[in-house]
Unconditional design. Sequence first.
Length: 149
Amino acid sequence: MQTETYRHALTTAFRSWHSLAVGAVLLGLNFYLLTQGNNFINTGQTLQGWVVNIIAGYAFVAAIFLGSSPLSENHTLTEAFPGVFDHFKTFIVGGIFWALGTALITNPVTQLKTTDQMVPGALALIIGGAFLLTAVLIAVAAAFVRPKK
């Protein structure tokens, strides 16, 4: 029974490969924007960097949304893609969580170079991971919302 469910999920997901392809493009955009946003932050343009990182988070949440939407009632790309814009406010919140989580995980304290950084580094990793998981949960939950007609 469990094997059949797994096969059905994979068959359904890969039958809608268009959504997966667009999601992959959005993940590429996410990586590019993350790099640019961190460059802005490192050169002293902090506000611009955070805005770009939040937009990168929006792209990440949209990619996860498109990747999980074939498992919901939004089977095709034409049914799922409008959801990227319909859930704008939700995805912005997910983008903020993603940007905060990424910032905490990539914080220099998390490299644990000295023993006095052990507890703050561990807390930053745990909280950053929780923020990233929240962004993923926002995207998956949005994928299972019934589309507006």
